[in-house]
Design a protein around this ligand. Sequence first.
Ligand code: NAD
Length: 348
Amino acid sequence: MKILVTGSAGFIGYHVARRLIERGDSVVGFDNLNDYYDPALKEARLARLDELGATQGADYRFIRADLADQGAVDAAFGDHGFDRVIHLAAQAGVRYSLEDPRSYVASNLLGFTNILEACRHNGAGHLTYASTSSVYGANTKMPFSEHDGADHPLQFYAATKRANELMAHSYSHLFALPTTGLRFFTVYGPWGRPDMALFKFTRAILAGEPIDVFNNGNHSRDFTYIDDIVEGVIRASDTPATPDPDWDAAAPDPAGSNAPFRIFNIGNSEPVKLADYIDALEEALGKRAIRNFLPLQPGDVPDTYSDTTLLTRATGYRPSTPVREGVARFVAWYRDHYADQPDRKAAR
Ligand code: NAD
Protein backbone atom coordinates (compact mmCIF):
# COMPACT_ATOMS: atom_id res chain seq x y z
CA MET A 1 0.00 0.00 0.00
CA LYS A 2 1.24 3.49 -0.84
CA ILE A 3 0.04 5.76 1.94
CA LEU A 4 0.40 9.51 2.53
CA VAL A 5 0.45 10.50 6.21
CA THR A 6 0.18 14.25 6.70
CA GLY A 7 1.23 15.62 10.07
CA SER A 8 3.80 12.82 10.40
CA ALA A 9 6.03 15.00 12.61
CA GLY A 10 3.05 15.49 14.93
CA PHE A 11 1.93 13.37 17.86
CA ILE A 12 -0.65 11.10 16.24
CA GLY A 13 0.87 11.22 12.73
CA TYR A 14 4.24 10.05 14.05
CA HIS A 15 2.71 7.00 15.74
CA VAL A 16 0.55 6.16 12.72
CA ALA A 17 3.48 6.47 10.28
CA ARG A 18 5.57 4.29 12.58
CA ARG A 19 3.02 1.51 12.66
CA LEU A 20 2.57 1.61 8.86
CA ILE A 21 6.35 1.44 8.24
CA GLU A 22 6.57 -1.47 10.68
CA ARG A 23 3.95 -3.44 8.80
CA GLY A 24 5.71 -2.84 5.47
CA ASP A 25 3.63 -0.16 3.76
CA SER A 26 5.18 2.41 1.47
CA VAL A 27 4.85 5.65 3.44
CA VAL A 28 5.22 9.31 2.50
CA GLY A 29 5.22 11.72 5.46
CA PHE A 30 4.28 15.39 5.05
CA ASP A 31 4.62 18.18 7.62
CA ASN A 32 5.77 21.81 7.82
CA LEU A 33 7.24 21.42 11.34
CA ASN A 34 5.69 24.68 12.46
CA ASP A 35 6.58 26.15 15.85
CA TYR A 36 3.15 25.96 17.50
CA TYR A 37 5.03 23.79 20.00
CA ASP A 38 8.64 22.73 20.42
CA PRO A 39 9.90 21.97 16.87
CA ALA A 40 12.78 19.95 18.39
CA LEU A 41 10.20 17.40 19.55
CA LYS A 42 8.90 17.15 15.97
CA GLU A 43 12.47 16.77 14.67
CA ALA A 44 13.08 14.01 17.22
CA ARG A 45 9.97 12.12 16.06
CA LEU A 46 11.10 12.42 12.42
CA ALA A 47 14.61 11.23 13.28
CA ARG A 48 13.07 8.10 14.79
CA LEU A 49 10.98 7.50 11.67
CA ASP A 50 14.13 7.89 9.52
CA GLU A 51 15.93 5.41 11.73
CA LEU A 52 13.08 2.92 11.60
CA GLY A 53 12.78 3.31 7.82
CA ALA A 54 16.51 2.65 7.42
CA THR A 55 16.63 -0.40 9.70
CA GLN A 56 13.55 -1.92 8.05
CA GLY A 57 14.75 -1.11 4.52
CA ALA A 58 11.34 0.55 4.16
CA ASP A 59 10.03 2.61 1.29
CA TYR A 60 9.66 5.74 3.42
CA ARG A 61 10.29 9.38 2.63
CA PHE A 62 9.41 12.70 4.19
CA ILE A 63 8.36 15.95 2.55
CA ARG A 64 8.70 19.17 4.52
CA ALA A 65 6.08 21.52 3.10
CA ASP A 66 2.98 23.50 3.92
CA LEU A 67 -0.53 22.22 3.27
CA ALA A 68 -1.60 25.69 2.20
CA ASP A 69 0.89 25.48 -0.70
CA GLN A 70 -1.16 23.91 -3.48
CA GLY A 71 1.90 23.19 -5.63
CA ALA A 72 3.62 21.34 -2.78
CA VAL A 73 0.54 19.22 -2.03
CA ASP A 74 0.07 18.36 -5.73
CA ALA A 75 3.76 17.52 -6.07
CA ALA A 76 3.53 15.17 -3.06
CA PHE A 77 0.74 13.27 -4.83
CA GLY A 78 2.80 13.03 -8.05
CA ASP A 79 1.24 11.40 -11.09
CA HIS A 80 -0.13 8.32 -9.42
CA GLY A 81 -1.50 9.55 -6.14
CA PHE A 82 -1.90 7.22 -3.18
CA ASP A 83 -3.85 4.10 -2.33
CA ARG A 84 -4.76 5.82 0.92
CA VAL A 85 -4.35 9.23 2.49
CA ILE A 86 -4.35 9.64 6.28
CA HIS A 87 -4.65 13.37 6.82
CA LEU A 88 -3.65 14.35 10.35
CA ALA A 89 -1.86 17.66 9.76
CA ALA A 90 -3.82 20.62 11.09
CA GLN A 91 -3.56 23.57 13.37
CA ALA A 92 -4.69 21.83 16.55
CA GLY A 93 -5.48 23.29 19.97
CA VAL A 94 -8.65 24.83 21.30
CA ARG A 95 -7.33 27.85 23.21
CA TYR A 96 -4.86 29.02 20.56
CA SER A 97 -7.74 29.40 18.10
CA LEU A 98 -8.85 32.45 20.12
CA GLU A 99 -5.40 33.99 19.61
CA ASP A 100 -4.57 33.18 16.00
CA PRO A 101 -7.69 32.10 14.10
CA ARG A 102 -6.06 32.79 10.72
CA SER A 103 -3.58 29.96 11.17
CA TYR A 104 -6.60 27.63 11.50
CA VAL A 105 -8.08 28.97 8.27
CA ALA A 106 -4.76 28.47 6.44
CA SER A 107 -4.06 24.91 7.62
CA ASN A 108 -7.51 23.52 8.30
CA LEU A 109 -9.59 25.13 5.56
CA LEU A 110 -7.25 26.04 2.69
CA GLY A 111 -4.94 23.13 3.55
CA PHE A 112 -7.84 20.68 3.66
CA THR A 113 -9.16 22.01 0.34
CA ASN A 114 -5.74 21.34 -1.22
CA ILE A 115 -5.86 17.77 0.10
CA LEU A 116 -9.38 17.22 -1.23
CA GLU A 117 -8.46 18.61 -4.65
CA ALA A 118 -5.28 16.54 -4.82
CA CYS A 119 -7.28 13.41 -3.91
CA ARG A 120 -9.85 14.26 -6.57
CA HIS A 121 -7.39 14.98 -9.40
CA ASN A 122 -4.44 12.72 -8.61
CA GLY A 123 -6.18 9.78 -7.00
CA ALA A 124 -6.62 8.54 -3.48
CA GLY A 125 -8.39 5.26 -2.88
CA HIS A 126 -9.58 6.49 0.51
CA LEU A 127 -9.14 9.72 2.46
CA THR A 128 -9.20 9.33 6.25
CA TYR A 129 -8.95 12.67 8.08
CA ALA A 130 -8.87 14.00 11.63
CA SER A 131 -11.88 15.68 13.14
CA THR A 132 -12.45 16.23 16.85
CA SER A 133 -14.81 15.58 19.74
CA SER A 134 -14.95 19.38 20.07
CA VAL A 135 -17.51 19.45 17.21
CA TYR A 136 -20.08 18.38 19.84
CA GLY A 137 -19.68 21.73 21.58
CA ALA A 138 -21.93 22.06 24.60
CA ASN A 139 -24.03 19.06 23.59
CA THR A 140 -25.09 17.39 26.82
CA LYS A 141 -26.68 14.25 25.36
CA MET A 142 -24.20 11.62 26.56
CA PRO A 143 -22.58 9.61 25.17
CA PHE A 144 -21.93 11.63 21.99
CA SER A 145 -23.15 9.77 18.93
CA GLU A 146 -22.16 10.68 15.39
CA HIS A 147 -25.58 11.50 14.02
CA ASP A 148 -26.52 13.87 16.76
CA GLY A 149 -25.54 17.26 18.14
CA ALA A 150 -22.41 18.22 16.19
CA ASP A 151 -23.77 21.34 14.55
CA HIS A 152 -23.08 23.81 17.34
CA PRO A 153 -19.35 23.75 18.02
CA LEU A 154 -18.23 26.44 20.45
CA GLN A 155 -14.58 26.95 19.60
CA PHE A 156 -13.24 28.31 16.33
CA TYR A 157 -10.93 25.29 16.08
CA ALA A 158 -13.96 23.01 16.29
CA ALA A 159 -15.78 25.09 13.68
CA THR A 160 -12.94 24.51 11.19
CA LYS A 161 -13.03 20.77 11.92
CA ARG A 162 -16.79 20.59 11.48
CA ALA A 163 -16.27 22.49 8.20
CA ASN A 164 -13.82 19.73 7.15
CA GLU A 165 -16.56 17.15 7.66
CA LEU A 166 -18.98 19.14 5.49
CA MET A 167 -16.30 19.69 2.82
CA ALA A 168 -15.55 15.95 2.77
CA HIS A 169 -19.30 15.26 2.49
CA SER A 170 -19.44 17.45 -0.59
CA TYR A 171 -16.44 15.74 -2.27
CA SER A 172 -17.80 12.30 -1.46
CA HIS A 173 -21.08 13.26 -3.15
CA LEU A 174 -19.77 15.19 -6.12
CA PHE A 175 -16.69 13.15 -6.99
CA ALA A 176 -17.38 9.80 -5.30
CA LEU A 177 -14.27 10.34 -3.17
CA PRO A 178 -14.32 7.79 -0.31
CA THR A 179 -13.85 9.73 2.94
CA THR A 180 -13.80 8.79 6.61
CA GLY A 181 -13.74 11.48 9.31
CA LEU A 182 -12.48 10.48 12.75
CA ARG A 183 -13.59 12.51 15.76
CA PHE A 184 -10.69 12.07 18.19
CA PHE A 185 -11.35 12.25 21.94
CA THR A 186 -8.43 13.72 23.98
CA VAL A 187 -5.50 11.60 22.87
CA TYR A 188 -2.57 11.13 25.25
CA GLY A 189 0.58 9.05 25.54
CA PRO A 190 4.33 8.98 24.83
CA TRP A 191 5.59 11.59 22.34
CA GLY A 192 2.46 13.61 23.21
CA ARG A 193 1.81 17.30 22.69
CA PRO A 194 3.41 19.88 25.00
CA ASP A 195 0.36 22.17 24.73
CA MET A 196 -1.94 19.53 26.23
CA ALA A 197 -2.76 19.15 29.92
CA LEU A 198 -0.85 15.94 30.67
CA PHE A 199 2.41 17.35 29.36
CA LYS A 200 1.95 20.73 31.06
CA PHE A 201 0.97 19.14 34.37
CA THR A 202 3.92 16.73 34.33
CA ARG A 203 6.37 19.52 33.66
CA ALA A 204 4.91 21.75 36.37
CA ILE A 205 4.62 19.04 39.03
CA LEU A 206 8.23 17.97 38.53
CA ALA A 207 9.31 21.62 38.75
CA GLY A 208 7.27 22.11 41.94
CA GLU A 209 5.07 24.71 40.19
CA PRO A 210 1.27 24.95 40.57
CA ILE A 211 -1.02 23.54 37.86
CA ASP A 212 -4.14 25.30 36.59
CA VAL A 213 -7.14 23.04 37.16
CA PHE A 214 -10.05 24.44 35.19
CA ASN A 215 -13.68 23.92 36.22
CA ASN A 216 -12.25 23.00 39.63
CA GLY A 217 -11.30 19.59 38.22
CA ASN A 218 -14.96 18.65 37.81
CA HIS A 219 -15.16 18.14 34.09
CA SER A 220 -14.57 14.75 32.57
CA ARG A 221 -12.78 13.78 29.40
CA ASP A 222 -12.83 10.60 27.38
CA PHE A 223 -9.01 10.31 27.50
CA THR A 224 -7.87 7.86 24.82
CA TYR A 225 -4.46 6.22 24.74
CA ILE A 226 -2.35 6.70 21.62
CA ASP A 227 -1.90 2.98 20.80
CA ASP A 228 -5.67 2.50 20.79
CA ILE A 229 -6.03 5.54 18.54
CA VAL A 230 -3.40 4.26 16.09
CA GLU A 231 -5.18 0.91 15.93
CA GLY A 232 -8.49 2.66 15.18
CA VAL A 233 -7.04 5.04 12.58
CA ILE A 234 -5.38 2.23 10.66
CA ARG A 235 -8.40 -0.05 10.89
CA ALA A 236 -10.63 2.78 9.61
CA SER A 237 -8.24 3.56 6.77
CA ASP A 238 -8.01 -0.14 5.83
CA THR A 239 -11.80 -0.57 5.64
CA PRO A 240 -13.53 0.79 2.53
CA ALA A 241 -15.68 3.87 3.19
CA THR A 242 -19.04 2.37 2.36
CA PRO A 243 -21.91 4.86 2.45
CA ASP A 244 -23.59 5.42 5.78
CA PRO A 245 -27.30 5.53 4.84
CA ASP A 246 -28.24 7.41 8.01
CA TRP A 247 -26.26 10.53 7.09
CA ASP A 248 -28.47 11.54 4.23
CA ALA A 249 -31.68 9.91 5.36
CA ALA A 250 -33.30 13.25 6.22
CA ALA A 251 -32.34 14.94 2.95
CA PRO A 252 -31.40 12.44 0.22
CA ASP A 253 -29.37 13.69 -2.75
CA PRO A 254 -31.89 14.33 -5.58
CA ALA A 255 -29.31 13.05 -8.09
CA GLY A 256 -29.48 9.74 -6.28
CA SER A 257 -25.85 9.76 -5.22
CA ASN A 258 -24.79 7.12 -2.75
CA ALA A 259 -21.72 8.88 -1.40
CA PRO A 260 -18.90 6.86 0.19
CA PHE A 261 -18.97 9.14 3.24
CA ARG A 262 -18.81 8.29 6.92
CA ILE A 263 -17.76 9.75 10.24
CA PHE A 264 -16.71 7.83 13.36
CA ASN A 265 -16.07 8.76 16.95
CA ILE A 266 -12.74 7.37 18.11
CA GLY A 267 -12.50 7.42 21.88
CA ASN A 268 -12.24 5.26 24.98
CA SER A 269 -15.96 5.39 25.92
CA GLU A 270 -14.96 5.75 29.56
CA PRO A 271 -14.85 9.37 30.71
CA VAL A 272 -12.54 10.22 33.60
CA LYS A 273 -12.81 13.29 35.86
CA LEU A 274 -9.91 15.71 35.47
CA ALA A 275 -9.27 15.43 39.22
CA ASP A 276 -8.86 11.63 38.87
CA TYR A 277 -6.58 12.04 35.87
CA ILE A 278 -4.35 14.25 38.02
CA ASP A 279 -4.45 11.65 40.82
CA ALA A 280 -3.18 9.05 38.31
CA LEU A 281 -0.41 11.40 37.25
CA GLU A 282 0.62 12.08 40.87
CA GLU A 283 0.79 8.33 41.45
CA ALA A 284 2.97 7.77 38.35
CA LEU A 285 5.27 10.65 39.26
CA GLY A 286 5.37 9.84 42.97
CA LYS A 287 4.83 13.53 43.68
CA ARG A 288 1.84 15.68 44.68
CA ALA A 289 0.54 18.50 42.49
CA ILE A 290 -0.11 22.03 43.76
CA ARG A 291 -3.62 22.53 42.37
CA ASN A 292 -4.68 26.04 41.39
CA PHE A 293 -8.46 25.71 40.98
CA LEU A 294 -10.05 27.92 38.29
CA PRO A 295 -13.54 28.25 36.74
CA LEU A 296 -14.59 26.77 33.38
CA GLN A 297 -12.91 28.70 30.55
CA PRO A 298 -14.83 30.31 27.67
CA GLY A 299 -15.45 27.73 24.93
CA ASP A 300 -14.53 24.79 27.19
CA VAL A 301 -17.09 22.01 27.38
CA PRO A 302 -17.90 20.35 30.71
CA ASP A 303 -17.76 16.70 29.60
CA THR A 304 -16.89 14.48 26.65
CA TYR A 305 -17.94 10.86 26.22
CA SER A 306 -17.74 8.87 22.98
CA ASP A 307 -20.14 6.27 21.70
CA THR A 308 -17.85 4.20 19.45
CA THR A 309 -20.42 1.61 18.37
CA LEU A 310 -20.18 2.59 14.69
CA LEU A 311 -16.38 2.33 14.54
CA THR A 312 -16.40 -0.97 16.42
CA ARG A 313 -19.08 -2.37 14.14
CA ALA A 314 -17.21 -1.33 10.98
CA THR A 315 -13.66 -2.22 12.02
CA GLY A 316 -13.61 -4.26 15.25
CA TYR A 317 -12.01 -1.32 17.12
CA ARG A 318 -11.72 -2.01 20.87
CA PRO A 319 -9.67 0.37 23.00
CA SER A 320 -7.98 -1.47 25.83
CA THR A 321 -5.69 0.88 27.77
CA PRO A 322 -6.90 2.07 31.19
CA VAL A 323 -5.98 5.66 32.05
CA ARG A 324 -3.69 4.72 34.98
CA GLU A 325 -1.62 2.50 32.71
CA GLY A 326 -1.50 5.02 29.86
CA VAL A 327 -0.50 7.88 32.16
CA ALA A 328 2.28 5.75 33.65
CA ARG A 329 3.60 5.01 30.16
CA PHE A 330 3.56 8.72 29.34
CA VAL A 331 5.51 9.52 32.50
CA ALA A 332 8.11 6.83 31.71
CA TRP A 333 8.59 8.36 28.25
CA TYR A 334 8.77 11.89 29.64
CA ARG A 335 11.46 10.94 32.13
CA ASP A 336 13.51 9.24 29.38
CA HIS A 337 13.12 11.81 26.64
CA TYR A 338 12.11 15.18 27.94
CA ALA A 339 12.77 15.75 31.61
CA ASP A 340 16.37 16.81 30.99
CA GLN A 341 15.25 19.79 28.92
CA PRO A 342 13.24 21.90 31.34
CA ASP A 343 14.24 25.24 29.84
CA ARG A 344 13.10 24.47 26.34
CA LYS A 345 10.03 26.50 25.39
CA ALA A 346 7.62 23.58 25.07
CA ALA A 347 4.40 25.20 23.91
CA ARG A 348 2.63 28.50 23.40
P1 NAD B 1 0.08 17.84 16.31
O1 NAD B 1 0.03 19.33 16.36
O2 NAD B 1 1.09 17.13 17.14
O3 NAD B 1 0.26 17.37 14.82
C1 NAD B 1 -0.16 18.12 13.70
C2 NAD B 1 1.02 18.25 12.75
O4 NAD B 1 0.56 18.98 11.60
C3 NAD B 1 2.18 19.06 13.36
O5 NAD B 1 3.37 18.31 13.29
C4 NAD B 1 2.25 20.31 12.49
O6 NAD B 1 3.59 20.75 12.27
C5 NAD B 1 1.58 19.85 11.20
N1 NAD B 1 0.95 20.96 10.49
C6 NAD B 1 0.12 21.90 10.99
N2 NAD B 1 -0.23 22.77 10.02
C7 NAD B 1 0.40 22.37 8.90
C8 NAD B 1 0.46 22.86 7.57
N3 NAD B 1 -0.19 23.97 7.20
N4 NAD B 1 1.20 22.19 6.65
C9 NAD B 1 1.89 21.08 7.00
N5 NAD B 1 1.89 20.56 8.24
C10 NAD B 1 1.15 21.20 9.17
O7 NAD B 1 -1.39 17.34 16.67
P2 NAD B 1 -1.94 15.87 16.95
O8 NAD B 1 -2.34 15.81 18.36
O9 NAD B 1 -1.02 14.85 16.39
O10 NAD B 1 -3.26 15.91 16.10
C11 NAD B 1 -3.40 15.27 14.83
C12 NAD B 1 -4.76 15.60 14.28
O11 NAD B 1 -5.78 15.14 15.17
C13 NAD B 1 -5.02 17.09 14.09
O12 NAD B 1 -5.78 17.26 12.93
C14 NAD B 1 -5.81 17.46 15.32
O13 NAD B 1 -6.62 18.59 15.08
C15 NAD B 1 -6.62 16.21 15.54
N6 NAD B 1 -7.05 16.01 16.94
C16 NAD B 1 -6.15 15.69 17.90
C17 NAD B 1 -6.59 15.49 19.21
C18 NAD B 1 -5.66 15.12 20.33
O14 NAD B 1 -6.13 14.90 21.45
N7 NAD B 1 -4.35 15.02 20.11
C19 NAD B 1 -7.96 15.61 19.53
C20 NAD B 1 -8.84 15.94 18.51
C21 NAD B 1 -8.38 16.11 17.21
